[in-house]
Design a protein around this ligand. Structure first.
Ligand code: IMP
Length: 201
C-alpha cells in the first residue's frame, strides 16, 4: 500500500504547488480537506520560519497519525530589514492590500532587492521533525505583472529573468521557486538511506 503524505496548509496556492512538486514521489498526497475530521491548524507562535514550519507539521502529524509536510514562507525585502518576513501573510488583510501596502511603504526605493524564503518541515506521528530550506532572489517592482501564482508573485521580478513570478508557467515556478528548492531538498532526504530509516522510525 502507498504511504500517505498529508499537506498541512489551508493555502490553496501552496497546496497546488506542493502537489505538483511532490507528484514524482511514491506517496499518496492527502490534504486537510480530504480528512473526515479536519484538524485545526495551530497558531504560528514561532519566531523563525523553521519553528513555524515544525509547529504546523508536528502538531498536525500528532493529531492525525500521518506523515505530514508543512511549509512556512515569506517575502524578505532587504531595505526593510527583511520585513515582512515571517509576518508576510499577516502584513495586511488580503493579497491585494498587502501588495498596495508594500508599494506605499517602499515608495521611491522601488525597484528594490528582495527574496522569497521557504522552510519545509516533515513530521512523523511521534512529532519528530526534519526541516529543509529554499530561497529565490529577485526584485520588487512597482506594477503588477502576470496572473499566475499567488501572494506577492505579481510584483516579484525573478533574478536573471525578465518575468515576475506570476508570469512564469507553473512548471517554470516549480523549477526555481523557494518552495521548489525546499521541497526538492526534503524529497532528496526521504529517498536517502538516512531518510528511509527516519521514515520507518
Ligand atoms: P505562511 O507561510 O502561511 O505564514 O504564509 C506565507 C505568506 O508569504 C503567503 O501568504 C504569501 O503572502 C507569502 N508567500 C509565500 N510564498 C509565496 C509565493 O510563492 N508567492 C507569493 N507569495 C508567497
Amino acid at each position: 500500500m502507498v504511504a500517505k503524505l498529508l499537506l498541512a496548509t489551508g493555502n490553496k496556492g501552496k497546496v497546488r504547488e506542493l502537489r505538483e512538486l511532490l507528484c514524482d514521489l511514491d506517496f499518496s498526497i492527502v490534504t486537510l480537506d480530504d480528512l473526515d475530521e479536519r484538524p485545526e491548524m495551530p497558531d504560528e507562535t514561532g519566531v523563525t520560519y523553521e519553528e513555524n514550519a515544525k509547529i504546523k507539521a508536528s502538531v498536525i502529524a500528532q493529531k492525525t497519525g500521518l506523515l505530514t509536510l508543512a511549509d512556512d514562507s515569506g517575502l524578505e525585502v532587504l531595505c526593510l530589514g527583511n520585513r515582512p518576513g515571517i509576518h508576510s501573510a499577516r502584513y495586511d488583510k488580503d493579497e491585494q492590500s498587502r501588495i498596495d501596502k508594500l508599494h506605499r511603504e517602499l515608495g521611491a526605493r522601488i525597484p528594490t532587492a528582495a527574496r522569497f524564503v521557504c522552510v519545509v518541515a516533515l513530521s512523523l506521528p511521534t512529532g519528530d521533525s526534519r526541516s529543509f530550506y529554499g530561497e529565490c532572489k529577485g526584485q520588487i517592482i512597482g506594477e503588477r505583472r502576470g496572473a499566475g501564482g499567488f501572494g506577492y508573485d505579481p510584483v516579484f521580478l525573478v533574478e536573471g529573468m525578465e518575468k515576475t513570478m506570476a508570469q512564469l508557467s507553473s512548471a517554470e515556478k516549480n523549477e526555481l521557486s523557494h518552495r521548489a528548492r525546499a521541497v526538492r531538498a526534503s524529497a532528496k532526504f526521504m529517498l536517502s538511506p538516512e531518510g528511509k530509516e527516519w521514515l520507518q522510525s
